[in-house]
Design a protein around this ligand. Structure first.
Ligand SMILES: [Zn+2]
Length: 233
């Protein structure tokens, strides 16, 4: 099939190969257990999407769906798989933010944080924040900046998250991620590697915030506020 040329490449940096490599990595992180989560990479006018229901650690390039980013029509659609339910949500990151890749995980840190915070997750004054971008003004956050990630409510079906996810992307122009309550997180970036790094940095910060709160330290508190005042406001 001519469409197979879209996914068969010896180039390790080909999107179909990258998706497989990252799915294995994310599986080992516990982020995409039991076929949960998803990943998509944009390459020019083509959007590569991992299918639904495939064990992430066993993903192969042949499994990939490929969509034309302009017409939103599949130009490669393996018949034995279903397209990922994340697809309309990935499109929101591509269309609204011009993202180069989008990653969805069911990380337990993301789920726990969504239960500890109401509308927004905030963390400040932690070195790892510097891995995350200032979306509207270029560059990266500084040590003294506050990272804010909006939290939206889950729906019975993943694709039904589209409207609220789009609303959150528009309402939080500085955000490069959206948490979904009792579900997980969507993270996007200018390239696949940036999306990966943002996802790692955010997951680190989510895990740290859970631990800080367990010790009574407010993750978005001022430096030094943790001394003597071991209560989360
Ligand atoms: Zn999901």
């Amino acid at each position: 099939m001519a469409e197979d040329n879209l996914v068969h490449s010896h180039d390790a940096n080909h999107p179909a190969n990258l998706i497989c490599e990252l799915c294995k990595l994310f599986y080992s992180n516990g982020w995409v257990t039991g076929t949960g989560g998803g990943i998509s990479v944009k390459d020019g006018d083509l959007i590569y999407l991992a299918p639904s229901g495939v064990q992430k650690e066993r993903m192969v390039p042949d499994n990939m769906f490929v969509m034309d980013s302009k017409t939103k029509e599949y130009i490669r659609r393996p018949q034995i798989y279903k397209p990922s339910a994340c697809t309309p949500l990935f499109m929101a990151a591509y269309d609204i933010r011009g993202a180069g890749a989008c990653i969805h995980t069911h990380s337990q840190n993301a789920v726990m944080v969504s239960l500890l915070y109401e509308k927004e997750f905030k963390i400040a004054n932690i070195e790892q924040i510097k891995a995350l971008p200032r979306v509207t003004s270029q560059g990266y956050l500084g040590f003294y900046d506050t990272l804010t990630i909006p939290i939206i409510e889950n729906t019975a079906h993943e694709e039904d998250l589209k409207d609220t996810l789009e609303r959150a992307i528009l309402d939080y122009p500085e955000a490069t991620a959206v948490l979904v309550r009792r579900h997980g997180i969507y993270v996007w970036g200018e390239s696949v590697w940036k999306a990966k790094v943002y996802n790692e940095a955010i997951d680190y910060l989510l895990e740290l915030a859970i631990k800080m709160r367990q010790c009574g330290i407010a993750p978005d508190g001022a430096i030094g506020s943790e001394k003597g005042a071991l209560r989360v406001e």
